[in-house]
Design a protein around this ligand. Sequence first.
Ligand SMILES: NC(=O)c1ccc[n+]([C@@H]2O[C@H](COP(=O)([O-])OP(=O)(O)OC[C@H]3O[C@@H](n4cnc5c(N)ncnc54)[C@H](O)[C@@H]3O)[C@@H](O)[C@H]2O)c1
Length: 348
Amino acid sequence: MPSALAVLENYYGSGSKCCWTLSCCFPSTVSKTVQLRPVFSLRLAAVTSYPFLAIHYEISSCRQPPCGLPILAMATPFLNAKLRAQPQKIWITAMSKEMNIVVVSGAGSGIGQATAVHFAKNNFCVIGCDLSQSGLEETAQKVGSGSFHARVVDVSQEDEVRGLFEFARSFDVALHAVIPCAGVARTGLVHDLAREDWEFMLGVNLTGTWLMSKYSMPIFMEQKTGAFVAVGSDASVRGASGYAAYCASKHGVLGLVRCLALDYGPWGVRSNAVCPGFVQTRMMDSLFAEASDPEAEMKSYAKEVPLGRFAQPAEVAKVIYHLASEEAGYTNGIVYSLDGGATAGHFG
Ligand SMILES: NC(=O)c1ccc[n+]([C@@H]2O[C@H](COP(=O)([O-])OP(=O)(O)OC[C@H]3O[C@@H](n4cnc5c(N)ncnc54)[C@H](O)[C@@H]3O)[C@@H](O)[C@H]2O)c1
């Protein structure tokens, strides 16, 4: 394993970057700002609540990175102390001011994970949040040398989502897109459904998406640009037997997105929704696992899809990427069905 400082020095030595992130595996909480005026300011911000500690080096008041020595001299005692603590996983993420940020929730699994990986591989700086620490670690592994910052966040909790966007702002670079992918699904007829199950699904799927919009729209408005791509479902546009709470939450997501499109379009902010049918993820597996014969149940659902198969998470990620891009610059308020034709009409 190379010394983190050596790697940092290499990046620094390249002379072309003006911002780095050093991500290490530390269970500690650190936050520090060091001002080195008048030449430059160095900010060390440690991100907590997750064993990946992200330390951002940002030189904010000069165009070209100055000599690396002062920064390393300042950083060395700080880093050394931390690196000795638990030097298990260390990777450096170079980040330039030209790199835009994408915030993805539910980034620890399935569609959110595939989306985070796709954006990171396309040179975006991805801030991925999830409830699952191990899921985020898996995503970080898949991203490899790309720029990925993991945050454990419960999207149904307002203070946690607010903190997520404060973190995004702290990079001081443009927020390109926000993708609320976190979601949960439980089945049950309404008369059997416990109130807590109803509130749980509405809380994550609908309130979570609303909170992601509540804290991203002000940033987008300031920038006068930005893309919000919500993840609905075929259950956003039709009912599904036994899925009342899930359908209600996903119909709500569409209503929210349409209003976002109207209310924030004048600021140049685009809001759209992708509505996948079944996608091969852990969510899908756990839903089919409830059936007495999961294999037979899966086959019968697949028969209702004109394309004869379920989607892969990466196929959804590519559509989300497209909707967030300039190529889709005139889309606003659309419902992008991604269900192999399942909602096109009666089939068979
Ligand atoms: N898989 C499908 O068939 C399918 C179809 C249509 C729509 N969707 C939607 O796609 C989205 C992603 O689902 P998926 O299939 O990738 O599921 P998944 O279970 O693989 O991933 C969902 C992720 O959301 C995270 N999450 C759950 N609650 C959270 C919370 N409160 N805060 C933060 N993170 C939380 C989970 O930990 C998990 O990592 C969901 O909104 C889902 O409703 C899925």
